[in-house]
Design a protein around this ligand. Structure first.
Ligand code: SF4
Ligand code: SF4
Length: 314
């Protein structure tokens, strides 16, 4: 088993210049950038993380945060490597600025293609191939698209054009109600081998009770400074709020308490100790103990989603 790669994901904004139908952030009414207080709190955290972490900036569209490039330079100056996912909609010079700011420490950039939001597919492909030509060899560049069955032919065409141009292209499986959908046989056969790494390991799997480093060597910072263990709600999910100074990471791996795992990122960073189950008594203790911190967090989250949904349907 490969050693875990310590990393955290930071949602720096809920805002986006696109409006994809399948975007799970569409339900939030109060879309916002993370505050200066949260930015400063994360800046204070950076030098305390030992050994060079991988820090991923995500959104919404992270590049529209007014302090995006400052964040990048502070992360690399603290000895960490950077990773980001963007819809690649900004002009090429802005995207190239990212390479300059990271000064060789940009680990991975993922360009998400959202077919219905891209005004001119040829322009998108041209920008992607130009970026590919100048990026440092050590920077992984991958274009991804969520497979939507009715767009199969168009996505297949993009996949083939980008692959022919030497650009790595991967599909993501659509999730509905936090479950991966099942496509028809033709699509399943086409996307097999073209999925983001490790999706097949966790697709529709429950890892309840499996030991996992998330919460210790991996966590996610929400736009309001809340820090959570991974992407799947569970009793031991909430680790505190970094802006309020209450963040407490686990001291080692803990059992997974989620009904199912959809965390491809955690799987890719080798956080999940597949096959290593927690002993029953420890699992029960962990399950009961974890509820106390999570109930207020889960209630606030549910409230935010419901009010967001109501405001959109008015
Ligand atoms: S580009 Fe990403 S964040 Fe923006 S609307 Fe689409 S799915 Fe959501
Ligand atoms: S849901 Fe996945 S990443 Fe999260 S704790 Fe469980 S196994 Fe780990």
């Amino acid at each position: 088993m490969k050693p875990p790669k310590p990393s955290f994901e930071w949602i720096i904004t809920d805002r986006c210049n696109y409006d994809c139908t399948y975007c799970f952030q569409r339900v939030y009414a109060d879309k916002r950038h993370c505050s200066d207080a949260t930015v400063e709190a994360v800046f204070r955290l950076l030098p305390t993380l030992e050994g060079g972490w991988l820090v991923k900036l995500i959104g919404g569209e992270p590049l529209i945060h007014p302090r995006f490039f400052e964040m990048c330079s502070r992360i690399v100056a603290a000895g960490h490597r950077l990773c980001t996912t963007t819809n690649f909609s900004l002009p090429l010079p802005k995207l190239l600025q990212l390479l300059d700011v990271c000064d060789g420490r940009l680990d991975t950039i993922t360009a998400s293609l959202h077919l219905h939001e891209v005004r001119d597919l040829d322009v998108f492909i041209d920008k992607v191939t130009k970026f590919q030509a100048v990026k440092p060899a050590k920077t992984t560049f991958v274009v991804t698209a969520v497979m939507v069955a009715e767009d199969f032919d168009a996505l297949k065409d993009v996949s083939e054009r980008l692959t022919a141009a030497g650009v790595r292209f991967r599909f993501q499986v659509l999730r509905v109600n936090n479950r991966y959908v099942q496509y028809d046989q033709e699509i399943e056969e086409y996307i097999a081998g073209k999925l983001l790494e490790n999706v097949s390991q966790i697709r529709d799997r429950s890892l309840f009770g499996t030991m996992c480093h998330t919460g210790h060597l991996f966590f996610k910072i929400d736009v309001n400074g809340d820090v959570v263990r991974c992407f799947n709600l569970q009793p031991n999910y909430f680790l505190g709020n970094i802006t309020a100074g209450t963040l407490q990471r686990f001291e080692g791996p803990q059992p997974c308490l989620a009904r199912r795992c959809t965390c491809t990122v955690a799987a890719n960073r080798h956080m999940i100790l597949f096959g290593q189950e927690a002993a029953k008594p420890a699992l029960v203790r962990s399950y009961l103990g974890a509820w106390s911190g999570s109930v207020p967090y889960a209630s606030a989250k549910v409230y935010r989603v419901i009010t967001g949904w109501l405001s959109r349907t008015r």
